[in-house]
Design a protein around this ligand. Structure first.
Ligand SMILES: O=C(O)[C@H](O)COP(=O)(O)O
Length: 228
């Protein structure tokens, strides 16, 4: 099976400001742009080539992918964009500063919201300035009011099975540019991580993760490109 590369977008403006982001469409910071370019250079220097790419409908992941493909001289590659690869919806935490929330409700509760398997954050207020009803990219989609990791897996995996796995089976080399929690969803599945253990998986921004998969999608090797 050809190589699959997963990439979390470079640092976003709200990563920089330490705010929960989720589905809110925040652009890359200057550091995030540099991280994405560096990821592209690293892939190029190590001889990586791709046949097809997948990303979300969120600017930070799309822009990261474009910056990487520019470094790879491969902006011409087919790219599929789908909301199912979006970040997990952070519900009522969207826009809130993570440290301020820790000060308010305690680190333990915030960790449960951020990293537990099936406990979603409180839902987004219907009057929130961060509601996405009317955003054209989500026309016809039941936009969630919040999502746990389990909910995120419930939309990422069917997309992986329907679109990404068949490309790999056809022999295509695939890159997925997505988000901390949509990639945790994918990694939980690929690496067969138990519900209780997923709490400790953290994915850094702008660091390509390489999966060498067997034909049955079991993992032969998984590593950060920067470490080899
Ligand atoms: O949506 C966000 O806030 C980040 O992309 C991921 O945040 P987390 O590390 O709190 O899950």
């Amino acid at each position: 099976m050809p190589t699959l590369v997963l990439l979390r977008h470079g640092q976003s403006q709200w990563n920089l400001e330490n705010r929960f982001t989720g589905w809110w469409d925040v652009d890359l910071s200057e550091k995030g742009i540099a991280e994405a370019r560096e990821a592209g250079r690293m892939l190029r220097d190590k001889g990586f080539e791709f046949d097809r790419c997948f990303t979300s409908v969120q600017t930070r992941a799309i822009r990261t992918l474009h910056l990487v493909l520019h470094e790879l001289r491969s902006l011409w590659l087919p790219v599929a964009k789908d909301w199912r690869l979006n970040e997990r919806h952070y519900g009522g935490l969207t826009g809130v500063n993570k440290q301020e929330m820790i000060d308010k409700v305690g680190a333990e509760q915030v960790k449960i919201w951020r990293r537990s398997f099936d406990i979603p954050p409180p839902p987004l207020d219907p009057d929130s300035p961060y509601r996405l009803a009317g955003d054209r990219r989500y026309a016809g989609i039941a936009i969630p009011a919040t999502e746990s990791l389990k909910d995120t897996i419930g939309r990422v995996l069917p997309y992986f099975d329907a679109e990404i796995a068949p490309a790999l089976k056809r022999g295509e080399r695939v890159m997925v540019s997505a988000h901390g929690n949509s990639l945790r969803a994918l990694e939980k599945h690929l690496s067969n991580i138990a519900d209780a253990d997923i709490v400790s998986l953290e994915i850094p921004t702008g660091q390509p993760i390489v999966y060498d998969l067997n034909d049955d999608f079991t993992v032969r090797d998984r590593y950060y490109l920067s470490e080899r």
